[in-house]
Design a protein around this ligand. Structure first.
Ligand SMILES: NC(=O)c1ccc[n+]([C@@H]2O[C@H](COP(=O)([O-])OP(=O)(O)OC[C@H]3O[C@@H](n4cnc5c(N)ncnc54)[C@H](O)[C@@H]3O)[C@@H](O)[C@H]2O)c1
Length: 278
């Protein structure tokens, strides 16, 4: 799709977003999509290893390269800034929001995409530190992002169109064996979003989530490893579309939800899953 480069989408100011899990995968695709649509974006990632987990997180090199690529694609130096933070750290998330406000004068959307996966054994056999990592990143991290970002979304003058968004999962509604902590965390995200939607009523700020199906990223590669599959390809066959999804396909829906055009939606968790949940 060809888009006007660096076009501000609406309103009097260029919209500003904070995206977590931004170094790669769905988060990175979302940063690129928002930059293409004229947003300024703070790209947040742990950008380093998580000692509790046996697979690699996104790296500082990937995060910095993503920010540089996004900025150069829209010919706007500094359109996307990298920011290293662990979503489990509430102070770090407050600092991230402060950085976005310092850089661009406010915040219009926060997109909580950071997530990790672990399992491959029944819950009662799962190492406790892996269970904690999944719950604390996938659910606690979304809560920390909401706590830090929503006051900034509400600080915009009326009429507001602030957007708090989270990436849940098809796992929020399915009972996936050997992924109990991940399913619990993602179901928690859907519940959180319902409550935030109600709490934000009448403010112009909304809260929504997407539930991706199997999408071609490192989390899915790790899921294949947990299930002792040779690769993630066969997850595509479980989806009516008959293939894995691309991160950009999830990002396109997140970018719509981040825009003022999604004003009729709040508290919703939208399946973007190639039909997996059918
Ligand atoms: N890929 C799929 O099939 C799929 C399906 C459903 C939902 N999801 C969800 O999509 C989101 C994005 O995952 P992805 O598929 O792009 O995987 P990914 O592993 O490629 O990306 C996840 C990113 O989150 C970052 N991250 C991990 N822990 C963090 C922390 N504590 N603080 C800050 N950043 C942290 C990682 O460094 C990485 O860059 C996750 O919430 C995941 O649960 C993915």
């Amino acid at each position: 799709m060809v888009r006007p480069q660096g076009r501000a989408i609406s309103g009097e100011h260029r919209r500003v977003a904070l995206v977590t899990g931004a170094a790669r995968g769905i988060g990175a695709a979302t940063v690129l999509e928002l930059a293409d649509r004229g947003w300024s974006v703070l790209a947040v990632d742990i950008a380093g290893e998580d000692p509790a987990l046996p697979y690699a997180m996104g790296s500082k090199r990937e995060l910095v390269a993503l920010a540089a690529e996004a900025s150069s694609r829209v010919s706007r130096v500094g359109a996307v800034r990298p920011f290293v933070a662990d979503v489990r750290d509430p102070a770090a998330m407050r600092a991230a929001v402060a950085e976005a406000i310092d850089a661009w004068g406010g915040l219009d959307a926060a997109i909580a995409a950071a997530g990790v996966i672990a399992g491959g054994v029944p819950l009662w056999d799962m190492p406790i530190e892996q269970e904690r990592a999944v719950l604390d990143v996938c659910l606690g991290g979304v809560i920390n992002t909401a706590r830090a970002a929503i006051p900034a979304l509400l600080a915009r003058p009326e009429p507001r169109s602030g957007r708090f968004l989270a990436v849940a999962s098809a796992a929020a509604t399915k009972g996936l064996p050997q992924l109990a902590a991940y399913c619990a965390a993602k179901a928690g995200v859907a519940g959180l979003i319902r409550s935030l939607g109600a709490e934000l009523g009448g403010t112009g700020v909304t809260a929504n989530a997407v539930s991706p199906g199997s999408t071609d990223t490192e989390i899915l590669a790790e899921t294949a490893r947990l299930y002792s599959l040779p690769d993630a390809g066969r997850f595509g066959g479980q989806q009516p579309v008959g293939r894995l999804l691309e991160p950009a396909e999830i990002a396109a829906v997140l970018a719509f939800l981040a825009s003022p055009d999604s004003s009729a939606m709040t508290g919703a968790t939208v399946a973007v899953d190639g039909g997996l949940a059918l």
